[in-house]
Design a protein around this ligand. Structure first.
Ligand code: ADP
Ligand code: MG
Length: 349
């Protein structure tokens, strides 16, 4: 059997099966944005996550600077800690470097990491440096969360409202432009920034966690459809979202038009937005919104609701027809990123 037949998530499921925990302190192991560990009798949990970026798979040096790379590598790890409701603390940075890489280039990667570390008060306490035929950056990050503020993927219940911060699809639009040599910067700048130098929604995540009303949360790394389905699977529920409620930025709409593609496609299947996708019991939704906006200016948008598991995954399209929401987005070992119109149109039929 080849990896391509089971895909990234099938593979992780296989790994998970053989793993038994010798430590009683593992509260959540494989399967959420970060592991949750009970390391002391304090009222806090330790969070632990890692992410790897590899040249040719996650980035292309023809349009990514080393500074941006370092920035993104740490940002996406912080995003996973944020998605648990926690704050990041300590990082290990491991680099696989080509032998002929200029020292300045590597220093620039580190400058990007340091910039984000400073911004979010993360301490870099170690790592590993090896030679590699492909540039590789792996960051492991610890974090912590008050036990009462921990938010997992698995707490969504039928009737809950589904919310998202910010706008979706910008990063994928930016990537599409980066892959083209010529693009009008006046229109594409915002989306390209979203792709190359994303910022984790840490402040927002903390404000949400502190309301203690959020029933489940994930950060959007693979695309709205895939990540929402991961909440649904973990919570054993169905989901229904409305196409006309999905937040699309002006930049993404304009950019998509230039690319002759649907901005909704980028939002559903694009990924790497690092926005927060979360659920709240309907009766609490209004109160949560007002509590949140008192602390943070970021927009929260209600995009759908959790439904019973037997009703499956639904998308109410622009024509008012309910169709099946399928996981798109990036899956290592399977087909690449699904950001083409054909799939979307297929759904609309
Ligand atoms: P995210 O997109 O939030 O970073 P991933 O899709 O990378 O999440 O991973 C999903 C879950 O699977 C996480 O809990 C992660 O720790 C776990 N996981 C991924 N790869 C491995 C692996 N090789 N061994 C054990 N666990 C893994
Ligand atoms: Mg995540």
């Amino acid at each position: 059997m080849k990896l391509s037949s089971i895909g990234e998530f099938g593979l992780i499921e296989k790994f998970k099966k053989g793993i038994l925990f010798a430590q009683r302190s593992v509260i959540v192991g494989i399967g959420d944005d970060a592991a949750v560990l009970k390391i002391s009798k304090e009222s806090k949990y330790q969070l632990f996550t890692t992410d790897m970026l590899i040249e040719g798979v996650h980035f292309d040096l023809s349009y990514t600077s080393p500074f941006q790379l370092g920035w993104k590598a740490l940002s996406i790890n912080i995003s996973d800690i944020a998605a648990m409701g926690g704050i990041p603390t300590f990082a290990l940075v491991s680099l696989g470097l080509k032998k002929d890489a200029p020292v300045k280039f590597v220093e620039d990667i580190y400058q990007g990491i340091k910039r984000v570390a400073k911004r979010f008060s993360v301490d870099i306490v170690g790592g590993d440096t090896v030679s590699s035929s492909r540039l590789t950056i792996n960051i492991s990050l610890l974090g912590e969360v008050e036990r009462k503020n921990l938010i997992l993927r698995r707490g969504a219940k039928p009737g809950d409202s589904i919310f998202v911060t910010g706008t979706l699809g910008d990063s994928a639009v930016g990537l599409a432009f980066l892959k083209r040599a010529n693009h009008p910067l006046s229109i594409t700048q915002k989306t390209i920034r979203a792709h190359l130098t994303p910022l984790p929604r840490l402040k927002e995540a903390r404000a949400l966690a502190q309301t203690q009303k959020v029933s489940s949360m994930i950060d959007v790394s693979d695309g709205l459809s895939s990540d929402l389905i991961r909440i649904a699977e973990a919570s054993k529920v169905g989901v229904k979202i409305y196409a006309d409620k999905i937040p699309l930025s002006f930049a993404s709409k304009k950019g998509s038009k230039l690319l002759k593609k649907e901005p909704l496609d980028f939002a559903l299947y694009g990924g790497e937005d690092y926005e927060l996708l979360f659920t709240v019991p309907k009766s609490q939704a209004g109160k949560l919104s007002s509590q949140f906006t008192k602390k943070v200016k970021t927009h929260l948008l209600l995009i759908g609701e959790i439904i019973p598991p037997e009703e499956g995954y639904q998308l109410l399209n622009y024509k008012g027809r309910t169709i099946r929401l399928k996981a798109g987005g990036y899956n290592h070992f399977s087909r690449g990123s699904v950001t083409d119109n054909t799939l979307y149109e297929e759904k609309l039929k």
